[in-house]
Design a protein around this ligand. Sequence first.
Ligand code: FPP
Length: 244
Amino acid sequence: MAAQQHKETLPRHVAIIMDGNGRWARKRHLPRQAGHVAGVNAVREVVRAAIDAGLEALTLYAFSSENWKRPAIEVGALMGLFRLYFRNDIHEIAELGARVRIIGNRTRVDPDIRKMIEESEHQTAGNTGMNLIFAFDYGGQEEIVAAVRELARAAKEGRLDPETITPELVSSRLFTNGLPEPDLVIRTSGERRLSNFLLWQSAYAELLFVDTLWPDFGRAEFMDALEQFTQRERRFGALPEAVA
Ligand code: FPP
């Protein structure tokens, strides 16, 4: 496989904004929910491809904190799909050696979903393969605010000297603590926005916007994205090596 030839330049962590389910359905004169159902199949294929490629982490934006504003019927359908996914797919994910983590606000989701999330994390906690992270009821600004609030509280109580606050300390208070930062953020469906996704963590990420609608994004498209990443020159604010 082409991407494996560049193992050293492969991203460690890929994060995906899975967009375009609704448009995929509309093109077929189907209800939006049908697009989400097709989207779950794409999730399955991309998770397997990411494991096969040897990634350390894959983060999928499954539900944003703003998605609650969608019509109740669509929110209900999405929650139903999460239930099915966590019930049916977790065994295979566990067998593949992946370790599941959910990032986001757990207080707003139904208690049964919260329980499933906790069980899937617990069940895979000892695995040493790829970290499979679902951003679920997730908002990047909300995540940063929570971290800042925690640090401010510690400072107010005299447990933290504000002068010792560093990017690393802030990072350690985010949901993604312990994970490598995403090297590559992909958004499908031609939209070019981050939509409150991993705002802090993506500071140096390569951004890749592809026109493919999420339900049509499979193994081949994923491997192509990895290949495109290997062609990019990452500078982290420094000069290119040839010039330096
Ligand atoms: C964006 O498409 C997609 C979402 C808001 C939800 C993503 C959910 C899935 C891929 C399925 C469930 C996932 C798991 C992990 C079980 P959109 O509806 O905004 O599409 P549009 O922009 O074309 O309307």
